[in-house]
Write a protein that binds this ligand. Structure first.
Ligand SMILES: [Zn+2]
Length: 77
């Protein structure tokens, strides 16, 4: 009986850790397109850490290819 009980406890802990890891991946991931017609970048994806400020958005970014800032638009997934 004891080994069964230990297994159940372990899976319970693993379940809690799994849920915690899902919660930790919650910070926003965005896909951003560059709309500059002379730019060959289609889209890129941004991954933020927990340190991302509230209200941060793509207007604070610049295109990694053309360097433009007005040409970036977030994609609604
Ligand atoms: Zn661009």
């Amino acid at each position: 009986m004891t080994p069964v009980r230990v297994d159940a406890d372990e899976s319970g802990v693993r379940g809690l850790m799994y849920r915690a890891s899902i919660t930790r991946t919650m910070p926003p991931t965005e896909e951003v397109v560059c709309t500059d017609e002379d730019c060959f970048l289609d889209l890129f994806e941004t991954h933020y850490t927990y340190d991302v400020p509230d209200g941060f958005d793509v207007t604070a970014l610049s295109c990694p290819v053309c360097g433009g800032t007005d040409c970036l638009e977030p994609v609604d997934l």
